[in-house]
Design a protein around this ligand. Structure first.
Ligand SMILES: Cc1cc2nc3c(=O)[nH]c(=O)nc-3n(C[C@H](O)[C@H](O)[C@H](O)COP(=O)(O)OP(=O)(O)OC[C@H]3O[C@@H](n4cnc5c(N)ncnc54)[C@H](O)[C@@H]3O)c2cc1C
Length: 286
């Protein structure tokens, strides 16, 4: 929407194709956006739509784009509902899809007491007992990092083997972080009031917040269909102006490499939108 805002200021006509699955739609408070800390994701979105409305050049198309390809004079985007949009330029901002732990009642607490990003939500867990769900070697650094805020951290692998080696184990032990490989049978507490994690073999780990470190997958289908170069992690590679490797295609937000914050996504959108608009100068119909 920030790309659309800057394109609007350059008097371009824009269609925002959006399937509405914002990554942070589960959370009640989005933190760290200057001038709006905290705000709800819907609050931010509603204000953004009002800003766009003032220009009257952007329309929101509430559907999924299922394909995109080069076409005469630009690009053709196929929509889930069956029709096709034509555009001279594309800005891709399709974000990432998070992989969630498969634990009972996860969504009773996700976005209120369970999060994936310590930078975004660790502050709210200050001086609280915290569980870190995960089993990869990276969980060692993730769990130790949480001690910046938490009073205690316990790693719970939910029945999987912890993949860290002796070095990771001793780093965790040194920091006082326990590793429990038992399966999770229950997240205790009313929705939004997590108080403990109950394990298959009888253990109960008290915690008021939990964080998880599993994976997030860039939603790069459209970028791949267009032939955009991807990084090893599957993000869309962009230069400093937000240009992808395909002329006329720009990308912004979590889909591109780097820090995943709303403010960073918005800043990348401003770059992509502005450079996209500038690229239309002298182009017929620009
Ligand atoms: C639980 C949680 C809490 C967070 N808390 C914070 C926080 O406190 N502070 C902070 O700065 N950041 C936070 N983040 C991170 C923040 O949400 C992201 O960095 C930011 O939303 C990225 O914006 P984006 O526009 O790139 O992606 P998104 O906001 O995910 O938007 C991508 C959009 O593209 C749409 N889309 C995808 N594919 C298609 C398609 N084929 N056709 C049509 N539409 C499509 C999706 O439906 C979605 O609407 C949090 C994330 C989560 C998951």
């Amino acid at each position: 929407m920030t790309a659309a805002l800057w394109l609007s200021r350059y008097r371009c006509k824009i269609a925002i194709v959006d399937s509405g699955e914002y990554r942070n739609r589960w959370t009640q408070a989005s933190h760290g956006y200057l001038g709006a800390d905290p705000d709800t994701p819907t609050g931010l979105r509603e204000r953004a739509l009002r800003d766009l409305d003032r220009y009257g050049t952007a329309s929101v198309v509430d559907t999924q784009a299922v394909d995109a390809r080069g076409a005469a004079g630009g690009f053709a985007v196929t929509l889930d509902r069956g029709d096709e949009l034509r555009a001279r330029r594309l800005v891709l901002a399709t974000g990432v899809r998070d992989v969630f732990p498969d634990v009972p009642r996860f969504f009773d607490h996700y976005g209120s007491r369970i999060f994936h990003c310590p930078s975004c939500d660790g502050y709210e867990a200050k001086d609280q007992p915290v569980v870190a769900f995960g089993w990869s070697a990276e969980v060692a650094g993730f769990a130790r990092g949480l001690l910046q805020w938490a009073s205690s951290v316990t790693v719970v692998t939910d029945g999987r083997r912890f993949e860290g080696d002796e070095r990771h184990r001793s780093a965790l032990a040194e920091a006082g972080v326990g590793v429990l490989t038992d399966e999770v049978v229950e997240l205790c507490g009313d929705p939004g009031e997590l108080c403990a994690v109950r394990l298959r073999h009888g253990g109960v780990v008290p915690c008021t917040y939990a964080f998880f470190s599993i994976a997030h997958e860039p939603r790069n289908d459209l970028a791949a269909a267009l032939g955009c170069a991807l990084t090893d992690e599957g993000c869309v590679a962009v230069d400093d102006d937000g240009c992808t490797s395909v002329a006329g295609v720009y990308a912004a937000g979590d889909l591109t490499p780097g820090l995943q914050y709303v403010q960073v996504a918005a800043a990348k959108g401003a770059l992509a939108g502005t450079n996209c608009a500038l690229s239309l100068r002298g182009d017929d119909g620009g």
